[in-house]
Design a protein around this ligand. Sequence first.
Ligand code: GDP
Length: 502
Amino acid sequence: MPISGSPIPIRSISDLATLTSYTDEALIALDTLAGRATGLMSPSLRLGVTGLSRAGKTVFISSLVHNLVHGGRLPLFEAQKSGRIARAFLEEQPDDAVPRFQYEDHISALLESRLWPDSTRAISELRLTIEYESASGWSRLFSRGKLSLDIVDYPGEWLLDLPLLGKSYTTFSAEAFEMAVHDVRADLSQPWRDLSATVDATAPADEMMARALAESFATYLKACKDDQRALSTLPPGRFLMPGDLEGSPALTFAPLPGLGEGRTKPGSLHAMMERRYEAYKTHVIKPFFREHIARLDRQIVLIDAMQALNAGPGAVADLERAVMEILACFRPGRGSFLTDLFARRIDRILIAATKADHLHHESHDRLQAIVRRLADRAVDRASFSGAKVDVLAMAAIRATREGTVKQGRETLPVIIGTPLAGETIGGEKFDGETETAVFPGDLPKNINALFDQDGEPSTDRALRFVRFRPPRLEKTAEGLTLSLPHIRLDRALQFLIGDHLA
Ligand code: GDP
């Protein structure tokens, strides 16, 4: 079945035009003025880094900063290649209320322990200042250029909450039930749907019942994130990534079945759930949008395409839907009052499939073609325009190197790395210390099959991958540790910030 025939309601960008109230817009306007005022003092660029959990945000930021600070190999990043970057260093971030991205801890885990760092669980920020020589003789006359890059790391799950602002509790409930019976989710949602079927929405509000429903709903959403399924679109985002709201009553609600548009009975379970849903919109989603999303200049959206490809066409369709919804969040409908109030408009978005080091380089272009296809369809369906969107297959940190293995007469391309302790291939279990050559399998030539939900089931797909430990970094003769190896991180940098260092 083609994805466009999917019964899941597709929202358009125009839905987002009506999301904010007058006060929100006034607040955004104030933030904008403040932002412009500081922008005059020293040019800054706010780069949003998002993606669903485990997509690779923490690893991407750590590697990007490490490579810039330590002058890594970045031949496709023009300013670095031409030797115009004088230095890059960390500075105090401008927003005191936002936690700092724990760069030093992450780098120490990666380099000293060869462990992957703790993943993103909430928003954080880091300021990297780059001093550079301008490429133009005219600009060089005045002074050395300086750009403050404010990197904002936040869970994609939170972003996917934005469409809820345009939805009543009744619509949210109806859509949640509609989505839950979709093939790939039906069995996972069964216990929650069974429990929901036993409740009477008009009965008096009952805290224990509200809690049981919220927990059962959250369990279903979490199960959708399981490795085998790899499903992507799962609002409300804080049910998966609660941040500092863990255990808070703001999260004790769930959709209810069979609600009409009529008046809600005061004191009922329905009224209680509706009030909490509205509170979630007002106190969680809106401030997040206003304080963070509306102030971004550039955005990278990381996706774990390989996990979705492994899980099959249902997961790929789901990922495509998530990318579409993410894109829609960055561009409110044209002509909306809100559009003018976007502090700075996001003008470039990079959709990047990470972890390309799990594939042999022969498959990198194929992976990129898959992401392009996915992004193009998402751009079309979100009727998205105005920002430049590019796609990339990359690895922020390359954990493997390439080689070949002779099998009979055939020479097979392999990747070589240290599989994480506990990973298995063909019954062999790894200890986390032994370096191993792995035949990663090929991505199919025929991309269509990947997007065809009626296609082959996921169990006999060619692609299987194990997770590797971060690489061991060589030291130079002088004892200096070399910078983190990567695949195409330089291309990502060129697209995201290259023009600001011209
Ligand atoms: P986040 O939830 O988006 O912050 O995800 P992380 O950055 O913590 O990445 C999740 C996991 O994906 C890591 O622990 C690594 O196992 C893996 N990973 C992320 N980026 C890369 C990469 O570039 N190469 C490899 N081999 N693995 C990666």
